[in-house]
Design a protein around this ligand. Structure first.
Ligand code: GTP
Ligand code: MG
Length: 200
């Protein structure tokens, strides 16, 4: 699961513009600001390959990155960006839903969930939507370095509560991994997980 080579391939503004290929791909999905682009950079050990920002709504397009010339990582725009105009929010859902429902090469959605805050309705809704549509997913908890018990629960409690709330939604619970782009927590585990899914 070693990263030897990475190249940015394409930004697409709609699903039908995405690169045509036969290689396995993994989509990074999650709330705006959850840390999708940061985690991609941390996995690939490239500082600003995927552009990140303190302000939510940084990633606006579907971005394809080719790894080791043999598999793809896809950085998606975040959902639940509260300040986005209604029209843009509607757009988001038809746009990314189209991608998930029609993408033959999609091996798994990595659903990123902020591990530093309690379970959020929008993430639970998203996990339920993916489950209902039989789209394979992995829960990837982000920002697990940010355990601030004074301000709320610790990441491990947030993670447990999130899964507890989805207990009845799946026949089989999706695999899950705790990560931090700041400390590198979970990086090797996530890379190994993706390589196992590719070779399945
Ligand atoms: P959009 O593209 O807007 O959907 O956001 P995104 O999900 O790609 O988030 P991004 O990677 O741009 O990160 C958002 C903010 O969270 C940045 O300020 C990051 O530095 C911070 N951040 C991301 N990952 C971590 C992490 O593991 N730990 C901590 N402490 N902060 C993080
Ligand atoms: Mg982003």
């Amino acid at each position: 699961s070693k990263i030897k080579q990475v190249e940015f391939v394409k930004s697409s503004s709609r699903p039908r513009e995405c690169p045509v290929h036969q290689l396995p791909e993994f989509a990074f999905l999650g709330r705006s600001n959850v840390g999708k682009s940061s985690l991609i950079n941390s996995l690939l050990r490239k500082k600003q390959l995927a552009l990140t920002s303190k302000k939510p709504g940084k990633t606006q397009l579907i971005n394809h990155f080719l790894v080791n010339k043999s598999w793809y990582i896809v950085d998606l725009p975040g959902y639940g960006f509260a300040n986005a105009p209604e029209a843009a929010r509607m757009d988001w859902s038809s746009f990314t839903k189209g991608y998930f429902l029609n993408r033959q090469t999609l091996v798994s959605v990595l659903l990123l969930i902020d591990g530093s805050v309690p379970p959020q309705k929008i993430d639970l809704d998203c996990a339920n939507w993916l489950g209902r549509n039989n789209i394979p997913m992995t829960f990837v908890f982000t920002k697990c370095d940010k355990g601030k018990p004074a301000k709320g629960k610790r990441p491990d409690e947030n993670v447990r509560n999130f899964q507890e709330l989805l207990r009845d939604s799946y026949k089989q619970q999706p695999p899950w991994i705790m990560t931090s782009s700041a400390t590198g927590l979970g990086r090797d585990e996530l890379l190994l997980h993706m390589s196992q899914l590719r070779n399945y």
